[in-house]
Design a binder for this molecule. Structure first.
Ligand code: ASP
Ligand code: MG
Length: 401
């Protein structure tokens, strides 16, 4: 007998029919003799709708009250799923985050899990109950309800799997697994049978929205094998684990991220310490910098360009414009019609020419590269948004056709 954690995302429990479908997946697993802990997200767009409701009343509401509201979404889905399981004649209990022992930091709307006191879940399992837990939420040591940040239910599921030493953690979603590219955009994108934590982490961060990146970090840390699969089909999914057998593959996927903007600060005096001062201003505001490009100095001046998330773009420009005279810079330029296209693959570590192959694909498609950055298992380029889909297709066919 095994302990299996199964997580179902919002689309998998969007309506009564889907909830019944999830109940049958869960009860099938239980009927095979397994102990089952189920983690669910809020139904469909519930979380977005709740945020909208809050904004109608008070867009500046405190984060504590936002958490109080958002946690309600998951409370609806756990009770409905438990009712569906009851109806099928199986023993079940639903638990809110705090009842399931999720203790978190007090950083409302983006709390981190500190500890899971698994006593209650274990007791329910001993009573042979299927345990349905609300994802995305917990409680502070002061007794206040928190949420873990958007998409946080994946992390809830992995955290339970780690704390309970589960044998398997399945993440059910509306796609059949992790693909070599977005299957809605690239016709011959294929499903990967397996992928390593590191590659998945890069892809998750790069906007392949299958798994929340914090959940992958946690799975890697505690060595929890994940299976990403669809709740709508019975097809086998993608296994995410430490080491994969697929050495033949040069790259595992091509990702597109359009939530990115480019900022250039021009005419900065070519002196030590100015990059430090400039980026300190941004990190003080908690603005994440990604690709950075500095020009060679000429006439005692240089330009520094970098990317930020689009949502923080205006703030970053304002902050740097205020600081420009201190820097002695000429101007701050902003462009949010850019996209970041990346290839990810552990195979790059041992093969030369992977980046060249990507650049060749872009050249064939006549796509101009604005910036480049690389890491051990990733190459990213910044290009014009209008070229994004064309670029993904060209790169994908270069590597996979
Ligand atoms: N319901 C939350 C959200 O939409 C958490 C989750 O779906 O994982 O962000
Ligand atoms: Mg959701």
């Amino acid at each position: 007998m095994s302990l299996i954690v199964q997580k179902f995302g919002g689309s998998s429990v969007a309506n009564a029919e889907r909830v019944m479908n999830v109940a049958s997946i869960v009860t099938d697993t239980y009927a095979k003799g397994n102990d089952v802990v189920v983690v669910v997200s809020a139904q469909g767009d519930t979380t977005d709708d709740l945020i909208e409701k809050a904004n109608e009343i008070n867009p500046r509401a405190s984060k504590r009250e936002k958490d109080m509201l958002l946690a309600a979404g998951e409370q609806i889905s756990i009770s409905l799923l438990a009712m569906a399981i009851e109806k099928m004649g199986f023993p079940v209990v639903s638990l809110l985050g705090w009842q399931a022992g999720f203790q978190t930091t007090a950083a409302h709307t983006s709390a981190r899990i500190k500890n899971i006191d698994t006593l209650r879940i274990s007791r329910e399992i001993d009573k042979k109950n299927i345990v349905v837990v609300a994802g995305f939420q917990g409680i502070t040591k002061f007794g206040d309800i928190t949420t873990l940040g958007r998409g946080g239910s994946d992390t809830s599921a992995v955290a339970i799997a780690a704390a309970m030493h589960a044998d398997l953690c399945q993440i059910y979603t509306d796609v059949e697994g992790v693909y070599t590219a977005d299957p809605r955009k690239v016709e011959n994108a294929t499903k990967l049978p397996e992928i390593s934590y590191d590659e998945m982490l890069e892809l998750a961060t790069l906007g392949a929205q299958v798994l929340n990146n914090r959940s992958v970090e946690m799975a890697k840390k505690y060595n929890i094998e994940l299976e990403v699969l669809s709740s709508m089909t019975k097809a086998p999914g993608t296994i995410v684990k430490e080491k994969t057998k697929m050495e033949k593959m040069l790259i595992s996927g091509v990702a597109k991220d359009t939530d990115v903007a480019r900022i250039s600060v021009t005419g900065i005096p070519d002196l030590p310490g100015l990059a430090f001062k400039m980026f300190s201003k941004l990190s003080a505001k908690d603005i994440n910098i990604d690709i950075i490009l500095q020009s060679i100095g000429h006439d005692g001046k240089k330009d520094i360009s970098f990317t930020v998330p689009k949502s923080r773009g205006n703030e970053a420009v304002e902050c740097l414009t205020d600081y420009m005279t201190n820097l002695g810079a000429k101007e701050v330029l902003y462009d949010d019609k850019v996209a970041k296209i990346s290839i990810v693959g552990a195979g790059m570590e041992s093969h030369a020419g992977v980046a060249t192959k990507m650049f060749e694909a872009l050249y064939d498609a006549q796509v101009n590269i604005q910036m480049i950055s690389t890491s051990e298992i990733k190459v990213s380029v910044l290009i014009d948004t209008v070229d994004a889909d064309k670029a993904v297709k060209a790169i994908h066919s270069k590597f996979f056709d």
